[in-house]
Design a protein around this ligand. Structure first.
Ligand code: SF4
Length: 416
């Protein structure tokens, strides 16, 4: 008698938070499909990849889980990610939740869902996203050894660990075979790559640059103190690594940086910006900035604001400080919500001005644009090497291709 085939198991996956989470979710979905699971609107299992970076992210996870449980009362909800690592006992009490895994062992989902015994924890789990034909997020590092006074990410994801250069290159080959044109290197503290196995982020970038396996590589985010001069020089001379920097500065006030337990002062940051612009006048530079950090006085804020206003930055990712229980910053004197909101609004306005100023410099120039494969209301979108978003009427023959395009006002500033 032939064996009766087992019924197909179905799943859905929902991701909150950063690019790293998206990369990991995409990888888990791919592995589940390879194991015979089917992505479906009527799932047996619902996977939620959670984030703990702000109170809002935590609330979003709670609301999402209760909505999913209402919609699919029969499904088992399995939660992963940073928030799951921080508060597993709380999450286990949420209705519909069957299992909770921290960030370090989220890949055990596959074993758990297949009903297999869980393996020993792995020191580093590689992943890359592949849902989108145009670009892929490649995780090369995880965890953090720093102790910034506002952050729970290091606690949630564990200490710094990373892939090896050899294995990253294998992953890149696989991505290149999928005809993906752009890879974004991701990690929690990305430039800490290789620290524990005698390699370095710079060595990884050199290898990637020499291999030219994919046409474009972007570096997702590098701490100011780890953005070594040699990395800037390499990017300046590379045809593969895009002139695009994302630097988590967090404050332009030295007093606040010290309270945040960051490992640099603003002079070091300014030095890095000067060096980037000297070597790559066209480079896109984005920063992360936290508004309303505990004890931030109006003098601290103005000091920080004026410092940022003078620098040739292209974009500010503004985060309103939110208190994370158990952190040193949570014990400090908090800034009033209304003041935090006001400061956030001013920084958002500054960011908008800087973005418009940056874009304006390139009107009339021809730059290479990687177009995405989606047709949205008859249009297609893509990014230049230096991260200017361009939109043009849909042309199928340009989908997932790098094309030289003359930048005009309509194509760029018109979208924002
Ligand atoms: S560098 Fe600081 S803010 Fe970033 S993950 Fe590590 S501890 Fe958190």
């Amino acid at each position: 008698m032939p064996d009766t085939p087992l019924p197909t198991k179905t799943f859905s996956i929902h991701t909150l938070g950063c690019k790293l989470n998206f990369s990991e979710s995409s990888d888990i979905a791919r592995q589940l499909k390879e194991a015979g699971f089917v992505l479906d609107d009527h799932p047996d299992f619902i996977i939620v990849n959670s984030c703990a970076v702000t109170e809002t992210a935590v609330k979003k996870a709670r609301n999402l889980v209760s909505k999913l449980h209402r919609q699919h009362p029969e499904a088992e909800i399995v939660i992963f990610g940073c928030y799951a690592a921080l508060e597993p006992l709380i999450i286990k009490q949420w209705e519909g939740v069957g299992a909770v895994f921290g960030s370090a062992d989220k890949h055990h989902a596959i074993q758990y869902l297949k009903g297999e015994p869980l393996p020993e924890a792995q020191p580093f789990t590689a992943s890359f996203s592949s849902g989108d034909r145009t670009r892929s997020f490649l995780k090369v590092q995880d965890g953090c050894d720093y102790y910034c006074s506002y952050c729970t990410v290091a606690k949630a994801r564990g200490g710094s660990r990373s892939d090896t250069i050899e294995h990253v290159m294998c992953q890149l080959e696989k991505i290149a075979e999928l005809n993906v044109k752009e890879v974004i290197l991701t990690g929690v503290n990305l430039a800490d790559f290789g620290k524990k196995n005698g390699e370095s982020f710079y060595d990884l970038l050199v290898k990637i640059d020499q291999s030219a396996l994919v046409p474009r590589v972007r570096i997702s985010s590098v701490e100011p103190n780890l953005l070594y001069d040699e990395i800037i020089e390499l990017v300046a001379h590379s045809k593969t690594i895009m002139p695009h920097f994302h630097i988590p500065l967090q404050s332009g006030s030295d007093r606040i940086l010290r309270l945040m337990q960051r490992r640099y002062g603003r002079a070091l940051f300014q030095n890095k910006i000067d060096m980037i612009k000297r070597q790559m006048a066209d480079a896109f530079i984005a920063i992360d900035i936290i508004s309303g950090f505990p004890t931030e006085s109006s003098e601290d804020f103005e000091d920080s604001y004026n410092f940022l206003a003078k620098l040739p930055l292209s974009f500010l990712h503004v985060f309103t400080y939110s208190k994370r229980p158990g952190t040193p910053a949570a014990m400090m004197k908090q800034v009033k919500d209304s003041v935090k909101r006001e400061r956030t609004d001013r920084l958002l306005l500054l960011s908008e001005q800087k973005k418009q100023d940056f874009y304006r410099q390139f009107i009339g120039q021809t730059r290479p644009v990687l177009f995405e494969s989606d047709c949205i209301d008859g249009k297609m979108y893509g990014f230049t090497d230096n991260y200017i978003k361009v939109g043009i009427p849909w042309r199928e023959d340009w989908a997932n291709r790098i094309v030289d395009v003359m930048i005009d006002q309509q194509q760029t500033l018109g979208h924002f």
